[in-house]
Ligand binder design. Structure first.
Ligand SMILES: [Zn+2]
Length: 150
């Protein structure tokens, strides 16, 4: 059978494999071009830093948030002026920025913008399942006990 005829043979798995390969090659070429030109792999915006593969929005969504929530999280990051909500440190996406659940998921905290805040990765790891208040109280106890070092 000639290739031309195969095109219309809808049940031919070989032809679908051929199409799939073509598509995947094309996608790889596009991605390579985008990486060279520092363009987000998922849209045509610029990447957010020289080493990133995505724009800021798609970096946030790559953390596991849908695009709608990612847009809100991007607004939130700007509202927080790229500062950690708990320590005030500068947040650098892809380096130290992370999203924290104010009421932890383990205590039925929702994946909702009103329950999310940007903090540093260090703060997020240290805070674990604590509320902001519990965590800050722990920090106070540590500071009180270690006053000689301050
Ligand atoms: Zn993008």
């Amino acid at each position: 059978m000639r290739r031309r005829d195969k095109k219309w043979e809808t049940n031919d798995p070989e032809y679908y494999e051929f199409l799939r390969m073509k598509r995947s090659q094309k996608k790889q070429e596009i991605n390579k071009n985008k990486e060279e030109n520092k363009i987000c792999l998922r849209c045509n915006d610029n990447i957010y830093n020289n080493h990133a593969k995505y724009c800021l929005l798609h970096w946030i969504s790559s953390l596991g948030y849908n695009v709608e929530l990612s847009k809100k999280l991007l607004d939130l990051l700007e509202d927080q002026k790229y500062r950690c909500k708990i320590s005030g440190e500068l947040l650098i996406p892809g380096k130290n920025a992370s999203i924290d659940h104010i009421v932890p998921k383990s205590k039925n905290g929702l994946n909702d913008i009103n329950n999310l805040q940007w903090v540093t990765i260090d703060i997020n790891c240290a805070k674990r399942e604590m509320s902001n208040e519990e965590f800050i109280n722990l920090c106070k106890r540590i500071i009180y006990f270690n006053q000689q070092y301050i």
